[in-house]
Design a protein around this ligand. Structure first.
Ligand SMILES: Cc1cc2nc3c(=O)[nH]c(=O)nc-3n(C[C@H](O)[C@H](O)[C@H](O)COP(=O)(O)OP(=O)(O)OC[C@H]3O[C@@H](n4cnc5c(N)ncnc54)[C@H](O)[C@@H]3O)c2cc1C
Length: 454
């Protein structure tokens, strides 16, 4: 079978639209948040429900075609060249059972929509920093949330996975099924998720926001944050980001064009206790911005204020067993000559303990994750950016592994060596054996791919 979708397709088999290259709507359908790489499938199915997904997988299987999935394009790793792209952006159904504190989300639901829906019942999902990220893609990579130290990975709180496997079967997976734990952490390697059921937590407000220090205080702020994280309770999760804001009108004064350290805080506790906890950070000195407050959880996306417009980005990361003064100076030396956003998230707490389902997220003993995000130029190509290799080498003495959700980029940045960095050898071998059983032809290969075992 060829690697194209030239074969006759019965478009009436789908409720949603179908696009081929050259069709009106094709370019809009393949476009995603990641502007550096784009899927170029021979056929796009704009799925509106699980049956469309099943029909698309069945069609691809019949014709020996590989399958890519896209909800938002935030996490594109291997761009499809040919094959079938299942676009899930129309699958936006959310159902909430407030008594059971469970949400059922279809494949295309974004974090912000789920936050809004859950808030109507005084509940919150275990979402990450950006409201525009897809709930399913995020959870399939583990899902490191705003309150991760209190609740663990979002994937630890998934109850049911509805999955279309390579044989065209719709499976309802629950903890205990051999695929359940494998799917959560391996990002789409085992099929197309049509819906997830996940736990919500009773949180209506959060204390948090940003404390931002100008260039002269950046190193002091990093030192202070490092020491402070050793003292905070699990109910507090924080990140420090070092960046130079672009000198553009969209960036408000006084941040425009500045090199800063921005500490982002989410604390599930009272304003009084929050104020007491952050006092050592404020003691560093004058702040360019300090908007710490109790906010409705629906405003929690302002804690990180992630960019909301599509752009080109690439990133590497290192999960660190410890973060010492020596680690900090190695990081600053390696990143000083680079135009990059450097971001360090505090881990530990419930992340260390894991959940009952044993999901495929390893390196639970990591205390921090360091991310270095760069902006690839138009001719970046498929190589791992040289700056990423420099940062990895500098952090190697403290590195226990890598976070797959926070690895952005395609080509060699998504090759087997990089993917293996997310798992222990035992987990990788288990996933690879399951891949051989459920997807022996590697139909689902446009992702951080786990090769089927021989
Ligand atoms: C600005 C920004 C902020 C982020 N913040 C966080 C954060 O705080 N915490 C965190 O853990 N991660 C975070 N991420 C990483 C994000 O969780 C991953 O990139 C995730 O893969 C994005 O999923 P998506 O559906 O939005 O993107 P997409 O690009 O649409 O999907 C990414 C991949 O997920 C798989 N996938 C998506 N949907 C399905 C499906 N229905 N079935 C099977 N496979 C599927 C596919 O392999 C697909 O290529 C962030 C990313 C960005 C760009």
């Amino acid at each position: 079978m060829g690697n194209t979708a030239e074969q006759i397709i019965d478009t009436t088999a789908f409720t949603g639209p179908v696009f081929r290259p050259g069709d009106t709507g094709y370019d809009a359908e393949i476009a995603g948040f990641q502007a550096a790489y784009t899927h170029r499938p021979a056929l796009v199915v704009g799925a509106v429900h699980a049956e469309d997904v099943r029909s698309a997988v069945e069609y691809a299987a019949r014709h020996g075609l590989p399958v890519a999935v896209q909800a938002t394009g935030h996490g594109l790793s291997v761009a499809a060249a040919g094959g079938v792209l299942i676009s899930t952006r129309r699958m936006t159904d959310i159902r909430i059972d407030p008594e059971a504190r469970i949400a059922r989300v279809a494949a295309g639901v974004r974090a912000g929509a789920l936050v809004e829906a859950a808030a109507q019942y005084g509940l919150a999902p275990l979402n990450g920093s950006s409201p525009s990220v897809g709930v399913v893609g995020y959870s399939l990579g583990g899902g490191l949330g705003l309150l991760a130290r209190q609740f663990g990975y979002a994937g630890d709180h998934v109850r049911i996975i509805e999955l279309v496997t390579a044989d065209g079967r719709v499976r309802m997976l629950t903890p205990g099924d051999e695929l359940f734990g494998a799917v959560l952490g391996s990002g789409g390697n085992f099929g197309v998720v049509t819906a997830l059921e996940l736990e919500l937590v009773p949180i209506a407000t959060v204390y948090g926001g940003q404390v931002v220090f100008d260039a002269p205080l950046v190193e002091q702020a990093l030192e202070a944050w490092k020491d402070w994280t050793a003292t905070v309770p699990e109910e507090l999760t924080s990140t420090v980001t070092v960046l130079t804001f672009p000198p553009i009108p969209q960036v408000p004064e006084p941040l425009r064009g500045r090199y800063v350290a921005s500490i982002r805080i989410a604390y599930n506790g009272s304003a009084e206790e929050g104020e007491r906890l952050v006092a050592p950070l404020r003691a560093v000195g004058d702040r360019l911005k300090d908007d710490l407050r109790v906010m409705p959880y629906t405003e929690s996306h302002t804690i990180h204020s992630d960019p909301d417009h599509p752009h080109a980005y690439a990133a590497t990361n290192a999960l660190l067993g410890e973060f010492t003064g020596e680690t900090l100076s190695a990081l600053l030396t390696a990143t000083e000559p680079i135009q990059a956003v450097v971001d360090i998230r505090h881990l530990g707490g419930a992340l260390r303990r894991g959940g009952p389902a044993g999901i495929a997220v390893d390196n639970r003993d990591a205390e921090y994750v360091v991310r270095v995000i760069t902006m690839p130029g138009p001719d970046a190509g498929d190589a791992v950016p040289a700056e990423h290799a420099v940062v990895r080498a500098a952090l190697a003495p403290w590195t226990v592994g890598h976070s797959l959700n926070f690895l952005y980029g395609a080509g060699a940045a998504a090759d087997e060596a990089q993917t293996r960095g997310g798992y222990t050898p035992d987990t990788y071998a288990r996933l690879s054996a399951l891949k051989a059983k459920y997807d022996p032809r590697n139909m689902f290969r446009f992702n951080r791919n786990i090769e089927p075992a021989d």
